[in-house]
Design a protein around this ligand. Sequence first.
Ligand code: NAI
Length: 716
Amino acid sequence: MSTQESLSMGETSNSLRIQRRDDGIALVILDHPAKPVNTISIALLGEVEQKLVPLLSDPGIKGLVMVSAKADNFIAGADLDVLEGYDTPEKASRLSSEGNRLLSMLADSPKPVVAAVHGAAMGGGLEMALACHYILASDHPATVFSQAEVMVGLLPAGGGTQRLIQRTGLIKGLPLLLTGKRLQARRAYRLGLVDGLTTPGGIAETGARAALALAEGRLQRRARKKPLMEKLAALPPVRDLILKKTRKKVAAQTRGNYPAPGMILDCVEIGLKKGMAAGLAQEAVYLGEVATGPVSRNLVWLFKAMNQVKKQTLDMEPRPVERLAVLGGGFMGAGIASVSLGLGPVTVRDIDPAVLAGCAKEVDTGLAKQLKAGSITKLQRDRRLSRLQLSSKPEDIAGADLVIEAVFEDLALKQRVLAECEELISPEAVFASNTSALPIAQIAAQAKHPQRVLGMHYFSPVVKMPLLEIVVPDGADPQAVALALKFGQRQGKTAILVKDRPGFYTSRILAPYLNEALILLSEGARIEALDKAMKDFGFPVGPMALLDEVGLDVVAHVSIGLAQAFASRGVEASQGLLTMAEAGYQGRKNNKGFYRYPNGKGKKQPNLSVYQFFGGVGQKDFAVSEIQERLALLMVNEAVLCLAEGVIDSPLTGDLGAILGLGFPPFSGGPFHYLDANQPDKVVARLEQLVQKCGPRFEPPDLLREQAKGNHLFYE
Ligand code: NAI
């Protein structure tokens, strides 16, 4: 049975071209006719069967080279739309078993097959390369390898759990399978994933020469010298110990919320103990399960939503940002500068020379890390460093097209800084504040050009956090919004547009969640129990640890502002928190918060002195589900209110913002997907019970009641 018959999708995409050379080498050119990148699809597998497999037994062919005709892309991975279309596990499993059947034909062929990789070889693309006898890669920053399936809740089911481990060994290979980490070509070469490096130009020719040399016995695959640890890891007792330890670590990290990593370990173990065929068969069974399950569906949604939002444009082409100025070179300012140096010159202005020196060091360290990882070249590092201008003089920001301020969170200071700035920059330039929660309209209250004052709210640490909230006040100049959006996107951020209302979106929905944790504390919940419950729910950090990270002084400041803004709804700032902040508890930064942080590597310990601020009622046990429900439902409720008030324009924006900015469990798909999965009518009924038990703060918003009444979902 051929691939096309067995998967009953007859169309081919014409993504494969075969070019026979005089020397007996066939070039297999990957080039999807309609897409900018190549993907693995049923159609492509069909073409492999029709066009490539016959070459393996063609007497006129000595060897094959797989090469892509796309710029900076080998194969981007499986076509996720195809997987999404499967409604039964059996169909998804068949994609894997058919793929594996074909890839095994390649791998078992006596004729050498070379993968000549320039650009991204991700997921199934890497698996295709792994099935080849020799992987040649261009030593270029665009060439990256990643077994990325786990990031969308899937497992490598095209032999990746088998062949990758064969090449790299268990110790180096497991983290690649379990995290989807991206490897640049040079790193991949060092790990044994890649056999040879070359330049991008003429890679097909170099690949053809390698294939011929392999066919004629003049070239062997590199016998990599294995480090001692790798040799030891191949011994069954050591191997079993490594697998056991990794399993324990994975269970602790996933907390039962993500099935794929455990499945990956199973497949690796089965392959090592029972042989490759058994490992491949298990890959197919598991792919069926995860591809049709809710976790992967939500993670695939997240992946696609991020891609969609990253490309979002407004109706106009904004003015280019030739020069950026950052005011305040502290924690956030240094991060904002770091993510902007790839785009052009950046002037960082701070009143404190020591801060400027710290900022330079931060940028330098970040670039060194990128260079080491191979994501930038030396030339790029040098160019970026040369673009950084540090200054304590106000006039040095003159000529900036965009100013992002990250000075202390103080309204009068921010107004002053804006006024000073307007004297120096052109009337068309945009001024953006990175304030956590101060209303942008208030910052711009005395501005000459308030329509060009926006919020650009980054998250800490800026270099790592993917979200940017662009805060748009009423009457904002669309040109200014378009400029901020485009600039944020070029920084690599997923930027969402939110209205200038108290707390914007993320701080607003975080506030009732944190407040509920403090209420539970005063009811007798333990600090560590609150954190554990919410980590089990799927947040990366618990609420108490988060309060410490953000800083209790900062949270107290924000919560006073929000309590004032929402006083009519009965919102109050936590007295316990305010008193703690007044008593000098600042959280992690002064080692005095809900936890104590021992110097060095010791584990943080709950700070028992904190209970006195919350009534000191004596701690008791709470059901984990009660903690999770009360905290999560308040965040979800607030998200619905934000949608109803137009703070966010859609459930998609709300879900992305909560996941990427606050760590709302990605596997749940965000607050609105969570509501849909739990059914709005059932959530409303539960909220009504909580109103009786805990008070009116659990009152379901009108919009949620309407959804429940009409049996509507947020994602119809
Ligand atoms: P920071 O204290 O590390 O940095 C503030 C810097 O502003 C200091 O280096 C100070 O010398 C400088 N500064 C003060 N007055 C100045 C002036 N007139 N001109 C130039 N520089 C001046 O504070 P951080 O944490 O970087 O926060 C900055 C802003 O970002 C605040 O509005 C904060 O609310 C916001 N933010 C902070 C986040 C965080 O996690 N730290 C997250 C998101 C926003």
